[in-house]
Design a protein around this ligand. Structure first.
Ligand code: NZQ
Ligand code: ZN
Length: 391
Protein backbone atom coordinates (compact mmCIF):
# COMPACT_ATOMS: atom_id res chain seq x y z
CA UNK A 1 0.00 0.00 0.00
CA UNK A 2 1.22 3.54 -0.81
CA UNK A 3 1.40 6.44 1.66
CA UNK A 4 -1.68 8.65 1.65
CA UNK A 5 -3.59 11.40 3.41
CA UNK A 6 -7.35 11.27 3.67
CA UNK A 7 -9.59 14.06 4.92
CA UNK A 8 -13.26 13.89 3.94
CA UNK A 9 -15.09 16.17 6.35
CA UNK A 10 -18.57 16.16 4.75
CA UNK A 11 -21.42 15.84 7.27
CA UNK A 12 -24.02 13.36 5.99
CA UNK A 13 -27.68 13.36 6.96
CA UNK A 14 -29.14 10.13 5.59
CA UNK A 15 -32.75 8.96 5.52
CA UNK A 16 -36.40 9.79 5.17
CA UNK A 17 -37.43 13.48 5.42
CA UNK A 18 -33.89 14.67 6.21
CA UNK A 19 -34.26 17.48 3.61
CA UNK A 20 -36.66 19.24 5.99
CA UNK A 21 -33.65 20.21 8.14
CA UNK A 22 -31.77 21.90 5.29
CA UNK A 23 -32.10 25.42 6.74
CA UNK A 24 -30.66 24.33 10.09
CA UNK A 25 -27.70 22.63 8.41
CA UNK A 26 -26.89 25.69 6.32
CA UNK A 27 -26.89 27.81 9.47
CA UNK A 28 -24.77 25.28 11.32
CA UNK A 29 -22.18 25.49 8.56
CA UNK A 30 -22.11 29.29 8.55
CA UNK A 31 -24.38 30.25 5.64
CA UNK A 32 -26.20 33.59 5.86
CA UNK A 33 -27.33 34.11 2.28
CA UNK A 34 -27.86 31.16 -0.03
CA UNK A 35 -27.86 30.42 -3.74
CA UNK A 36 -30.17 27.45 -4.40
CA UNK A 37 -28.92 25.80 -7.59
CA UNK A 38 -30.82 23.07 -9.43
CA UNK A 39 -31.44 21.40 -12.78
CA UNK A 40 -34.10 21.28 -15.45
CA UNK A 41 -37.17 21.02 -13.25
CA UNK A 42 -37.44 17.56 -11.62
CA UNK A 43 -37.09 19.18 -8.18
CA UNK A 44 -39.96 21.55 -8.97
CA UNK A 45 -42.20 18.74 -10.24
CA UNK A 46 -41.52 16.54 -7.21
CA UNK A 47 -42.26 19.37 -4.75
CA UNK A 48 -38.77 19.05 -3.25
CA UNK A 49 -37.76 22.63 -4.03
CA UNK A 50 -40.83 24.00 -2.22
CA UNK A 51 -40.05 21.91 0.87
CA UNK A 52 -36.45 23.07 0.86
CA UNK A 53 -37.46 26.72 0.57
CA UNK A 54 -39.88 26.27 3.45
CA UNK A 55 -37.06 24.87 5.55
CA UNK A 56 -34.92 27.96 4.80
CA UNK A 57 -37.85 30.28 5.53
CA UNK A 58 -38.36 28.52 8.87
CA UNK A 59 -34.92 29.66 10.04
CA UNK A 60 -35.15 33.07 8.30
CA UNK A 61 -32.40 32.34 5.78
CA UNK A 62 -32.56 34.56 2.67
CA UNK A 63 -31.92 32.93 -0.70
CA UNK A 64 -31.88 33.44 -4.43
CA UNK A 65 -32.48 30.70 -6.99
CA UNK A 66 -30.72 29.63 -10.15
CA UNK A 67 -32.20 26.64 -11.99
CA UNK A 68 -31.55 25.29 -15.46
CA UNK A 69 -28.43 23.13 -14.99
CA UNK A 70 -28.30 20.67 -17.87
CA UNK A 71 -26.95 17.13 -17.57
CA UNK A 72 -23.25 17.37 -18.54
CA UNK A 73 -23.29 20.91 -17.05
CA UNK A 74 -22.09 23.82 -19.15
CA UNK A 75 -19.78 26.75 -18.54
CA UNK A 76 -22.38 29.37 -19.56
CA UNK A 77 -24.61 28.90 -16.51
CA UNK A 78 -21.57 28.84 -14.25
CA UNK A 79 -20.67 32.39 -15.33
CA UNK A 80 -24.28 33.45 -14.63
CA UNK A 81 -24.05 31.90 -11.17
CA UNK A 82 -20.75 33.60 -10.37
CA UNK A 83 -22.18 37.01 -11.30
CA UNK A 84 -25.28 36.32 -9.22
CA UNK A 85 -23.22 35.33 -6.16
CA UNK A 86 -21.20 38.54 -6.37
CA UNK A 87 -24.21 40.78 -6.98
CA UNK A 88 -26.25 39.22 -4.16
CA UNK A 89 -23.37 38.74 -1.67
CA UNK A 90 -24.04 35.00 -1.48
CA UNK A 91 -21.94 33.12 1.08
CA UNK A 92 -23.32 29.56 0.74
CA UNK A 93 -24.39 27.45 -2.25
CA UNK A 94 -27.01 24.74 -1.95
CA UNK A 95 -27.16 22.27 -4.85
CA UNK A 96 -30.44 20.36 -5.16
CA UNK A 97 -30.21 17.55 -7.71
CA UNK A 98 -27.68 15.17 -9.18
CA UNK A 99 -24.03 15.32 -10.10
CA UNK A 100 -24.69 18.00 -12.71
CA UNK A 101 -26.32 20.48 -10.31
CA UNK A 102 -23.67 19.73 -7.67
CA UNK A 103 -20.75 20.09 -10.10
CA UNK A 104 -22.14 23.34 -11.45
CA UNK A 105 -22.55 24.59 -7.86
CA UNK A 106 -18.92 23.66 -7.13
CA UNK A 107 -17.72 25.57 -10.22
CA UNK A 108 -19.70 28.64 -9.16
CA UNK A 109 -18.35 28.31 -5.61
CA UNK A 110 -14.75 28.36 -6.86
CA UNK A 111 -15.33 31.05 -9.47
CA UNK A 112 -17.09 33.43 -7.07
CA UNK A 113 -13.94 33.84 -4.94
CA UNK A 114 -11.43 33.86 -7.82
CA UNK A 115 -10.27 36.84 -9.85
CA UNK A 116 -9.52 34.93 -13.06
CA UNK A 117 -11.61 32.67 -15.30
CA UNK A 118 -13.09 29.74 -13.34
CA UNK A 119 -12.15 27.47 -16.26
CA UNK A 120 -8.50 27.75 -15.12
CA UNK A 121 -9.47 25.15 -12.49
CA UNK A 122 -10.68 22.86 -15.26
CA UNK A 123 -7.32 23.16 -17.00
CA UNK A 124 -5.27 21.89 -14.09
CA UNK A 125 -5.14 24.67 -11.46
CA UNK A 126 -5.91 23.11 -8.04
CA UNK A 127 -8.96 24.45 -6.22
CA UNK A 128 -7.84 25.83 -2.87
CA UNK A 129 -10.69 28.24 -2.12
CA UNK A 130 -14.42 28.12 -2.73
CA UNK A 131 -17.65 29.26 -1.12
CA UNK A 132 -19.04 26.52 1.15
CA UNK A 133 -21.45 24.09 -0.52
CA UNK A 134 -24.26 21.88 0.76
CA UNK A 135 -26.11 19.30 -1.34
CA UNK A 136 -29.46 17.55 -1.42
CA UNK A 137 -28.95 14.52 -3.64
CA UNK A 138 -31.72 13.28 -5.94
CA UNK A 139 -29.85 10.58 -7.90
CA UNK A 140 -27.28 8.03 -6.77
CA UNK A 141 -24.60 8.13 -9.45
CA UNK A 142 -21.74 10.63 -9.72
CA UNK A 143 -20.73 10.62 -6.05
CA UNK A 144 -20.17 14.39 -6.17
CA UNK A 145 -21.99 14.67 -2.83
CA UNK A 146 -18.85 13.39 -1.10
CA UNK A 147 -16.11 13.99 -3.67
CA UNK A 148 -13.57 16.79 -4.13
CA UNK A 149 -14.29 16.84 -7.88
CA UNK A 150 -16.42 18.69 -10.41
CA UNK A 151 -16.82 18.10 -14.15
CA UNK A 152 -17.87 20.93 -16.50
CA UNK A 153 -18.22 21.20 -20.28
CA UNK A 154 -16.60 24.30 -21.75
CA UNK A 155 -19.10 25.43 -24.35
CA UNK A 156 -16.29 26.83 -26.46
CA UNK A 157 -15.35 23.61 -28.25
CA UNK A 158 -17.59 21.38 -26.07
CA UNK A 159 -14.65 20.13 -24.03
CA UNK A 160 -15.51 18.28 -20.82
CA UNK A 161 -12.89 18.45 -18.08
CA UNK A 162 -12.63 17.91 -14.33
CA UNK A 163 -11.35 20.12 -11.51
CA UNK A 164 -10.38 18.97 -8.07
CA UNK A 165 -9.53 20.30 -4.63
CA UNK A 166 -10.47 19.68 -1.01
CA UNK A 167 -12.40 22.99 -1.00
CA UNK A 168 -14.90 21.20 -3.27
CA UNK A 169 -15.97 18.70 -0.60
CA UNK A 170 -19.49 19.66 0.44
CA UNK A 171 -19.88 20.85 4.05
CA UNK A 172 -22.98 18.70 4.31
CA UNK A 173 -24.93 16.37 2.06
CA UNK A 174 -28.51 15.30 2.61
CA UNK A 175 -29.23 11.81 1.29
CA UNK A 176 -32.86 10.75 1.34
CA UNK A 177 -33.24 7.58 -0.79
CA UNK A 178 -36.97 8.29 -1.23
CA UNK A 179 -36.04 11.35 -3.33
CA UNK A 180 -34.60 9.01 -5.96
CA UNK A 181 -37.89 7.12 -6.41
CA UNK A 182 -39.08 9.57 -9.07
CA UNK A 183 -36.17 8.72 -11.37
CA UNK A 184 -36.93 7.09 -14.73
CA UNK A 185 -35.57 3.51 -14.92
CA UNK A 186 -32.99 4.53 -17.52
CA UNK A 187 -31.52 7.24 -15.26
CA UNK A 188 -31.47 4.86 -12.31
CA UNK A 189 -29.58 2.31 -14.41
CA UNK A 190 -27.15 4.98 -15.63
CA UNK A 191 -26.47 5.83 -11.98
CA UNK A 192 -25.82 2.19 -11.06
CA UNK A 193 -23.42 1.94 -14.02
CA UNK A 194 -21.52 5.07 -12.97
CA UNK A 195 -21.13 3.73 -9.43
CA UNK A 196 -19.77 0.43 -10.78
CA UNK A 197 -17.37 2.41 -12.98
CA UNK A 198 -16.06 4.38 -9.97
CA UNK A 199 -15.31 1.05 -8.32
CA UNK A 200 -13.50 -0.40 -11.35
CA UNK A 201 -11.45 2.78 -11.76
CA UNK A 202 -10.05 2.15 -8.28
CA UNK A 203 -9.84 -1.63 -8.52
CA UNK A 204 -7.57 -1.45 -11.58
CA UNK A 205 -4.37 -0.55 -9.81
CA UNK A 206 -0.67 -1.13 -10.23
CA UNK A 207 -0.12 -1.01 -6.46
CA UNK A 208 0.39 -4.35 -4.71
CA UNK A 209 -0.82 -5.50 -1.26
CA UNK A 210 -4.04 -3.49 -1.16
CA UNK A 211 -6.26 -6.15 0.37
CA UNK A 212 -8.37 -3.83 2.53
CA UNK A 213 -9.40 -1.51 -0.31
CA UNK A 214 -9.76 -4.44 -2.76
CA UNK A 215 -12.20 -6.05 -0.35
CA UNK A 216 -14.12 -2.81 0.24
CA UNK A 217 -14.52 -2.32 -3.51
CA UNK A 218 -15.64 -5.92 -3.99
CA UNK A 219 -18.27 -5.52 -1.24
CA UNK A 220 -19.66 -2.37 -2.85
CA UNK A 221 -19.63 -4.01 -6.28
CA UNK A 222 -21.53 -7.05 -4.96
CA UNK A 223 -24.05 -4.67 -3.40
CA UNK A 224 -24.64 -3.00 -6.76
CA UNK A 225 -25.05 -6.37 -8.48
CA UNK A 226 -27.63 -7.34 -5.87
CA UNK A 227 -29.53 -4.04 -5.60
CA UNK A 228 -29.35 -2.80 -9.20
CA UNK A 229 -31.81 -5.34 -10.66
CA UNK A 230 -34.07 -5.03 -7.57
CA UNK A 231 -34.51 -1.32 -8.03
CA UNK A 232 -35.07 -1.60 -11.79
CA UNK A 233 -37.75 -4.21 -11.08
CA UNK A 234 -39.32 -2.21 -8.24
CA UNK A 235 -38.48 1.54 -8.43
CA UNK A 236 -40.24 2.22 -5.10
CA UNK A 237 -38.05 -0.16 -3.16
CA UNK A 238 -36.74 2.24 -0.50
CA UNK A 239 -34.27 -0.22 1.02
CA UNK A 240 -32.67 -1.08 -2.31
CA UNK A 241 -32.42 2.62 -3.12
CA UNK A 242 -30.90 3.28 0.32
CA UNK A 243 -28.16 0.71 -0.23
CA UNK A 244 -27.40 2.08 -3.69
CA UNK A 245 -27.30 5.64 -2.44
CA UNK A 246 -24.77 4.96 0.30
CA UNK A 247 -22.73 2.69 -2.00
CA UNK A 248 -22.60 5.55 -4.52
CA UNK A 249 -21.14 7.86 -1.91
CA UNK A 250 -18.66 5.25 -0.63
CA UNK A 251 -17.58 4.39 -4.17
CA UNK A 252 -16.40 7.90 -4.89
CA UNK A 253 -15.42 9.78 -1.71
CA UNK A 254 -12.17 7.80 -2.12
CA UNK A 255 -12.31 5.85 1.13
CA UNK A 256 -11.79 2.74 -0.99
CA UNK A 257 -9.27 4.36 -3.33
CA UNK A 258 -6.60 5.50 -0.90
CA UNK A 259 -3.09 4.05 -0.88
CA UNK A 260 -3.28 2.70 -4.43
CA UNK A 261 -2.79 3.97 -7.97
CA UNK A 262 -6.06 4.31 -9.85
CA UNK A 263 -7.09 3.90 -13.48
CA UNK A 264 -9.66 6.49 -14.79
CA UNK A 265 -9.15 5.44 -18.42
CA UNK A 266 -12.84 4.61 -18.84
CA UNK A 267 -13.89 8.03 -17.51
CA UNK A 268 -11.44 9.87 -19.73
CA UNK A 269 -12.59 7.89 -22.75
CA UNK A 270 -16.26 8.42 -21.83
CA UNK A 271 -16.03 12.16 -21.15
CA UNK A 272 -15.16 12.66 -24.82
CA UNK A 273 -18.40 10.88 -25.77
CA UNK A 274 -20.71 12.79 -23.41
CA UNK A 275 -19.06 16.08 -24.43
CA UNK A 276 -19.55 15.40 -28.16
CA UNK A 277 -22.91 13.59 -28.23
CA UNK A 278 -24.41 14.78 -24.92
CA UNK A 279 -25.18 11.18 -23.95
CA UNK A 280 -25.72 10.30 -20.29
CA UNK A 281 -22.40 9.69 -18.52
CA UNK A 282 -23.48 6.27 -17.15
CA UNK A 283 -24.76 5.11 -20.54
CA UNK A 284 -21.46 6.12 -22.11
CA UNK A 285 -19.57 4.17 -19.46
CA UNK A 286 -21.65 1.05 -20.17
CA UNK A 287 -20.32 1.08 -23.73
CA UNK A 288 -16.80 2.18 -22.79
CA UNK A 289 -15.92 -0.13 -19.89
CA UNK A 290 -16.06 -3.54 -21.64
CA UNK A 291 -14.00 -2.11 -24.53
CA UNK A 292 -11.35 -0.53 -22.29
CA UNK A 293 -11.07 -3.66 -20.14
CA UNK A 294 -10.82 -5.97 -23.16
CA UNK A 295 -7.88 -3.88 -24.38
CA UNK A 296 -6.11 -3.41 -21.04
CA UNK A 297 -6.73 -6.93 -19.68
CA UNK A 298 -3.35 -8.21 -20.85
CA UNK A 299 -1.61 -5.61 -18.66
CA UNK A 300 -2.60 -7.62 -15.56
CA UNK A 301 -4.63 -10.73 -16.31
CA UNK A 302 -4.48 -11.84 -12.67
CA UNK A 303 -6.26 -8.70 -11.46
CA UNK A 304 -9.06 -9.11 -13.99
CA UNK A 305 -9.31 -12.80 -13.12
CA UNK A 306 -9.51 -11.90 -9.41
CA UNK A 307 -12.50 -9.60 -9.88
CA UNK A 308 -14.10 -12.16 -12.20
CA UNK A 309 -13.93 -14.80 -9.46
CA UNK A 310 -14.61 -12.69 -6.38
CA UNK A 311 -17.32 -10.43 -7.80
CA UNK A 312 -18.80 -12.03 -10.91
CA UNK A 313 -18.75 -15.60 -9.57
CA UNK A 314 -16.65 -17.00 -12.44
CA UNK A 315 -14.65 -20.15 -11.78
CA UNK A 316 -10.88 -19.83 -11.96
CA UNK A 317 -9.19 -21.46 -14.92
CA UNK A 318 -5.66 -21.87 -13.57
CA UNK A 319 -4.30 -23.06 -16.92
CA UNK A 320 -5.89 -20.19 -18.86
CA UNK A 321 -6.44 -17.25 -16.44
CA UNK A 322 -7.12 -14.99 -19.44
CA UNK A 323 -10.31 -17.00 -20.05
CA UNK A 324 -11.46 -16.22 -16.51
CA UNK A 325 -10.55 -12.56 -16.94
CA UNK A 326 -12.56 -12.41 -20.18
CA UNK A 327 -15.52 -14.18 -18.58
CA UNK A 328 -15.59 -11.42 -15.91
CA UNK A 329 -15.70 -8.72 -18.58
CA UNK A 330 -18.50 -10.59 -20.37
CA UNK A 331 -20.43 -10.87 -17.10
CA UNK A 332 -20.13 -7.09 -16.62
CA UNK A 333 -21.30 -6.46 -20.21
CA UNK A 334 -24.27 -8.79 -19.76
CA UNK A 335 -25.21 -7.23 -16.40
CA UNK A 336 -25.22 -3.68 -17.77
CA UNK A 337 -27.30 -4.75 -20.77
CA UNK A 338 -29.78 -6.46 -18.42
CA UNK A 339 -30.27 -3.10 -16.66
CA UNK A 340 -31.19 -1.50 -20.00
CA UNK A 341 -27.86 0.10 -20.87
CA UNK A 342 -26.62 0.55 -24.45
CA UNK A 343 -23.93 -1.80 -25.85
CA UNK A 344 -22.28 0.00 -28.73
CA UNK A 345 -21.60 3.24 -30.58
CA UNK A 346 -24.83 3.07 -32.53
CA UNK A 347 -27.06 2.62 -29.49
CA UNK A 348 -25.28 5.56 -27.87
CA UNK A 349 -25.64 7.83 -30.90
CA UNK A 350 -21.88 7.99 -31.51
CA UNK A 351 -20.26 8.01 -34.97
CA UNK A 352 -17.45 5.84 -36.30
CA UNK A 353 -16.19 8.76 -38.40
CA UNK A 354 -15.37 10.69 -35.17
CA UNK A 355 -13.05 8.02 -33.74
CA UNK A 356 -9.76 9.69 -34.68
CA UNK A 357 -10.90 13.00 -33.21
CA UNK A 358 -12.20 11.34 -30.02
CA UNK A 359 -8.93 9.45 -29.51
CA UNK A 360 -6.88 12.57 -30.18
CA UNK A 361 -8.73 14.75 -27.64
CA UNK A 362 -8.77 11.97 -25.04
CA UNK A 363 -4.96 11.66 -25.34
CA UNK A 364 -3.92 15.26 -25.74
CA UNK A 365 -6.62 16.85 -23.54
CA UNK A 366 -6.37 14.51 -20.56
CA UNK A 367 -2.98 12.91 -21.04
CA UNK A 368 0.60 13.98 -20.59
CA UNK A 369 2.40 14.70 -23.89
CA UNK A 370 -0.14 12.66 -25.79
CA UNK A 371 -0.12 9.65 -23.46
CA UNK A 372 -3.12 8.84 -21.29
CA UNK A 373 -1.74 7.51 -18.04
CA UNK A 374 -3.92 5.12 -16.08
CA UNK A 375 -3.78 1.41 -15.37
CA UNK A 376 -1.82 1.27 -18.65
CA UNK A 377 -0.13 4.05 -20.63
CA UNK A 378 -2.14 4.57 -23.82
CA UNK A 379 -1.32 6.50 -27.00
CA UNK A 380 -3.73 7.79 -29.63
CA UNK A 381 -3.50 4.55 -31.67
CA UNK A 382 -4.42 2.49 -28.58
CA UNK A 383 -7.42 4.72 -27.95
CA UNK A 384 -8.55 4.48 -31.55
CA UNK A 385 -8.43 0.70 -31.16
CA UNK A 386 -10.47 0.95 -27.95
CA UNK A 387 -13.13 3.16 -29.57
CA UNK A 388 -13.31 0.66 -32.47
CA UNK A 389 -14.09 -2.13 -30.00
CA UNK A 390 -17.30 -0.19 -29.22
CA UNK A 391 -18.65 -0.34 -32.80
O1 NZQ B 1 -32.25 18.36 -14.42
P1 NZQ B 1 -33.36 17.67 -13.74
O2 NZQ B 1 -34.70 18.11 -14.18
O3 NZQ B 1 -33.21 17.66 -12.24
O4 NZQ B 1 -33.32 16.12 -14.23
C1 NZQ B 1 -32.22 15.27 -14.01
C2 NZQ B 1 -31.39 15.00 -15.26
O5 NZQ B 1 -32.19 15.08 -16.41
C3 NZQ B 1 -32.74 13.89 -13.70
N1 NZQ B 1 -33.02 13.67 -12.28
C4 NZQ B 1 -32.15 13.78 -11.24
N2 NZQ B 1 -32.76 13.41 -10.10
C5 NZQ B 1 -34.04 13.09 -10.43
C6 NZQ B 1 -34.22 13.26 -11.82
N3 NZQ B 1 -35.38 13.01 -12.45
C7 NZQ B 1 -36.42 12.58 -11.69
N4 NZQ B 1 -36.33 12.37 -10.34
C8 NZQ B 1 -35.15 12.59 -9.69
N5 NZQ B 1 -35.06 12.34 -8.38
O6 NZQ B 1 -31.70 13.00 -14.06
C9 NZQ B 1 -30.95 13.57 -15.12
C10 NZQ B 1 -29.48 13.39 -14.84
O7 NZQ B 1 -29.06 14.22 -13.77
P2 NZQ B 1 -27.50 14.47 -13.53
O8 NZQ B 1 -27.35 15.40 -12.39
O9 NZQ B 1 -26.87 14.85 -14.82
O10 NZQ B 1 -27.00 12.99 -13.16
P3 NZQ B 1 -25.68 12.44 -12.51
O11 NZQ B 1 -25.76 12.50 -11.04
O12 NZQ B 1 -25.43 11.16 -13.15
O13 NZQ B 1 -24.52 13.49 -12.93
C11 NZQ B 1 -23.82 13.36 -14.13
C12 NZQ B 1 -22.70 14.35 -14.21
O14 NZQ B 1 -21.75 14.13 -13.16
C13 NZQ B 1 -20.43 14.04 -13.74
C14 NZQ B 1 -20.71 13.43 -15.07
O15 NZQ B 1 -19.63 13.57 -15.97
C15 NZQ B 1 -21.94 14.20 -15.52
O16 NZQ B 1 -21.60 15.45 -16.04
N6 NZQ B 1 -19.53 13.33 -12.82
C16 NZQ B 1 -19.14 13.97 -11.72
C17 NZQ B 1 -18.27 13.42 -10.80
C18 NZQ B 1 -17.84 14.14 -9.60
N7 NZQ B 1 -18.15 15.41 -9.49
O17 NZQ B 1 -17.19 13.61 -8.69
C19 NZQ B 1 -17.71 12.08 -11.01
C20 NZQ B 1 -18.44 11.28 -12.04
O18 NZQ B 1 -17.58 10.30 -12.53
C21 NZQ B 1 -19.00 12.05 -13.18
O19 NZQ B 1 -18.01 12.26 -14.19
ZN1 ZN C 1 -18.50 8.70 -13.22
Amino acid sequence: MDNFTFYAPTYFAFGMDTENQTGEYIKRFGGRKVLIHYGGGSVIRSGLLERVKKSLDAVSLPYVELGGVKPNPRSGLVYTGIDLCRKESIDFILAVGGGSAIDSAKAIAAGAVYNGDFLDFYEGKPVTQALPIGTILTIAAAGSEGSPDSVITNEKGMIKRGATGEAFRPRFSILNPALTQTLPKYQTACGVTDIIAHLYERYLTNTVEVEVTDRMIEALMLTMIHEGPRVIEDPDNYQARANIMWAGMMAHNNSCGVGRSQDWTSHNVEHELSALYDCTHGAGLAVVMPAVFTYTMTHDVARFAQIAVRVWGCSMDFYHPEKTAKAGIEALRHFLFSLGMPRNFEELGAKESDIEKLAHTACYGNGENGTLIGFMALKQKDLEHIYRLML
